[in-house]
Ligand binder design. Sequence first.
Ligand code: SF4
Ligand code: SF4
Length: 358
Amino acid sequence: MIHWTAEQLDAFVQHLHAESYEVIGPVIRDGAVTYDAMEELPVGYGDEQEAGRYRLTRRGDLSRFGYNLGPSTWKQFLSPPSETLFHVREDLIHPVVPEATKRAFIGVRACEMAAIEVQDRVFLQGDYREHRYEQRRQQLFIVAVNCSQAAATCFCTANNDGPAVRSGADLVLTEVNPAQPWYLVEAKSDLAKALVSKVGGSPATDEQLDQAHAAVEAAAGQISRQLPRAGLREALFEALEHSHWDAVANRCLSCGNCTQVCPTCFCFTTREEADLMNDEVSHRRVWDSCFTEMHSYTTGGPIHRKTRSRYRQWLTHKLASWEDQFGVSGCTGCGRCISWCPVGIDLTEEVQILRKTK
Ligand code: SF4
Ligand code: SF4
């Protein structure tokens, strides 16, 4: 493991540009930390979060990763919100082949890395592989960051998905001492080792290893929300007729925000759009949400007509039947659905009530 200064980290980002990577990372936009194509890492930003609340803050330090999570997720680059799959012209299908872009994600947190691995199971395992996702995934270089602070909405420790990155990244950084930051650098792949060697760095000392470890431990210690997983699947299946679903439905707007910001939700629908001259029809895939009426439409009409049924479907899928489908939980504890729910519905609280009473 080696040690980088902040300047060396910034130089590494520039090196990725020079190596023709499309660099995607934190960008300050619309009062939030969002993910998009970036030139350099923003400095000194943080955030405050609570149920139904997000505020971008200035930390007054030189941290590059002093924020937690914003509304963006990496899924928007691996499985875009709207994508044309093919056009039909003169009775012929013309597939749209996405450009082969070499990409680097910078600043992927532990819960987000776990979420990417959850989506890998959805799109790459089983009988049907989603070849667009596969192509993007194969060309991806991931720079992950162990968290040195946690938001009030985080609960990644509930499933051991954070705050330390477990697996899957090419390079893992830990930011230490935000006032004058330095970085512990762990190159996990051969590609990462080759790229890191261009920037240099000095071997990390035992003291630096201890400091980095303590920073991540401190983040774990800040996590207050809990979502105990033992027996959760069974408890939710037993609670299908619980009266609390009505109480949630009285608050829930069925807006679908929770599904759009969730890094593991993957539902999509397809649309056909004709051009004005009716010469061409485009077949488009767009993100969908189990909170829309048409999501559960079958020949007899929508199955989930009421919000009660939609919220119950979302929560029990996420935390229970997802395990039956994909072998893991559909929740990595990022807390986004808590912060970005306009009425502050908090799945950790709802589950507590569903488990305790009838
Ligand atoms: S369900 Fe909520 S906390 Fe869990 S991964 Fe999705 S957005 Fe994050
Ligand atoms: S739980 Fe919140 S974010 Fe999700 S659909 Fe209901 S109101 Fe919208």
